[in-house]
Design a protein around this ligand. Sequence first.
Ligand code: ASP
Ligand code: MG
Length: 421
Amino acid sequence: MGLIVQKFGGSSVADAACIRRVASRVLETHQGGHQVVVIVSAMGDTTDDLIKLAHQITAMPSDREMDMLMSTGEQVSVAMLAMALHAMGAEAVSLTGPQAGIFTDAMHRKAKIMGINPRRVWKHLKAGQIVIVAGFQGQTPKHDIATLGRGGSDTTAVALAAALKADRCQIFTDVEGVYSADPRIVKKACKLDEIAYDEMLELASLGAKVLVSRSVEFAKKYGVELEVLSSFSKAPGTIVKEEVKSMEDIIVRGVSADKDEIKITLAGVPDHPGVAARLFKDLAGANINIDMIVQNISAQGMTDISFTVPEEDLARTRRVMQIAAKSVGVHAVNVDTDIAKVSIVGVGMRGHSGVAFQMFKTLAEQGINILMISTSEIKISVIVRKALADKAMIALHKAFRLDKSRVARGKSAAKAKVRRK
Ligand code: ASP
Ligand code: MG
């Protein structure tokens, strides 16, 4: 007998019929002799709807009240699932994040889990109950309810799995696992059997929205092996785990595109020590995550700095930059929303050379211009025009031999045209 944490996302609990299906799945696991803790997200698009509702009242709702509002979505789901299980004759109890002992910092709307006291969860488990916990929420030091950022239920699941030392953490979603690319765009994308935490982290932060980055960081830190699988089928999913040597045989594990970033260019920035520090200090102070940064060669003591931020932070970035730009004497702040970041990811890149060349050559053959480049040990990202992102992904997927038919022919095909170092 083991302890299993199962998380079901919004699309898996979108309506009453879906909730009943989830209940049967949970019950099946429970009847298999396991203790089960279930984490659920808000039904369907509830969270989006709640945000829209708030904006009917004001354009700038307070973060605390937004959390009060948004956290209701998950509370509807846990109650509904508990009722569905009761109707099937099962013993189940629903808990809010605070009731489940999830403690966060005070950063409303982007709160981080600081600790978990699972005493109450244990009590219910020991009584033989299925425990259903509201995802995406916890309690601040001031006993207020806080949410963990969009998609935060994944983080709740992984954090609880770590705190409970669960034997397995299953993330149920509406796709069959993690793919080599978004299958809605790249028709030849294939489901991966396994992926390393680091690859998943890059793909998650790059816009492959299967798992939220924070949850993968947590999983890596605490060694929680994750299984991503479909709540609509019984097919085996993708295991997200510690990297093993054999994973390096595949140079590129996945290709992704993030269309939710924007590029800010500061034109005419005085080129002397401390200026960049000043500009980026204010952005950090406003809790804005900067991704790529490029500084041009300076001419006449002036330079240009471009960087990318999530589109949702545009208004705040603009505000912060206008103030900072004035104080350091920047000429102009330009915003470019017509961009997308296309990336290739794989731990195998460490052991191979020529990967960047192969990527740029592929894009050149497609007539796709590169606006910015950034690299890490296991990832290469480029910024391109938004309308070209899909085309770039499809071409790269093929160039790195990730297309379905080729992968089926065996791993040797994955070696592509790049040389082993
Ligand atoms: N319901 C929240 C959201 O839509 C949390 C989640 O789905 O994980 O962002
Ligand atoms: Mg959701």
